[in-house]
Design a protein around this ligand. Sequence first.
Ligand code: ZN
Length: 278
Amino acid sequence: MPSKQLLFGTGGIPRSTKGTSSISGIKRIRELGLDCMELEFVQGVRMGEKGAKNVLETAKEEEEVALSVHAPYYINLNSYDEEKLKASLERIYQASRIGSLCGAESIVLHAGFYQKSSKKHTFENVSKALKALTGQFREEGIPAILRPETMGKRTQFGTLEEVLALSAEIEGVMPCLDFCHLHAREGKENSYPEFTEVLSGVEESLGKEGLSNMHMHIAGVEYGINGEKKHLNLRESDFSYPELMRALKEFKARGLVILESPVLEQDALMLREIYTEL
Ligand SMILES: [Zn+2]
């Protein structure tokens, strides 16, 4: 469902949550006055159907918090090992099925690694896997959108071009723009003109819907010659987040902004304030 606004929230439950459950995290998001949260299934999908229904009730009916899902990290859609490929598909499928029951539409995933493959061949393998999954979702009525993420290490599949091409090619696939990864990969994408170029690229590839139904990850980042090293708090990083907020406002971007810096909710609140005051 395209959102009418730009919503700000955290990747995982806020640091200041009392307790560790998704439900207490959703309640804390509402107390903080934030609007969304990404459920982190990154170590595996450990929630069952019953748990998912409870999450749906809390998020949708009680607290009105929009949810998304981050699929498990252990995924490589470019694996030559049939078993590993099968396990990767199964992890994405489970994250999507349970995520949908939680009311989350967007399922973010790290698609894989080039390893010894060419970029072109990797793209074909990832594309084939995502086509199989989205086809299965349609058959089973699972209303999930798969969001391959722009990745921060140069060994990882997921440049902006790759992620946009997959999204343009496959129904049910949209990008997750991780701006800290885009920046870390080459040390670029850190100024107003570069941000507007990224957003124009989204519009060119996906049309207006690309901008009205966005999913973004934002954090500060430490990086080196091979790209991303670790996440930082925005204020301790070189990331030009006020410029990014300006570009998002200018392009009337809509959707979810998920903060992934160590202080999570503090940066989410700060960014939203900057954005609102523009
Ligand atoms: Zn991620």
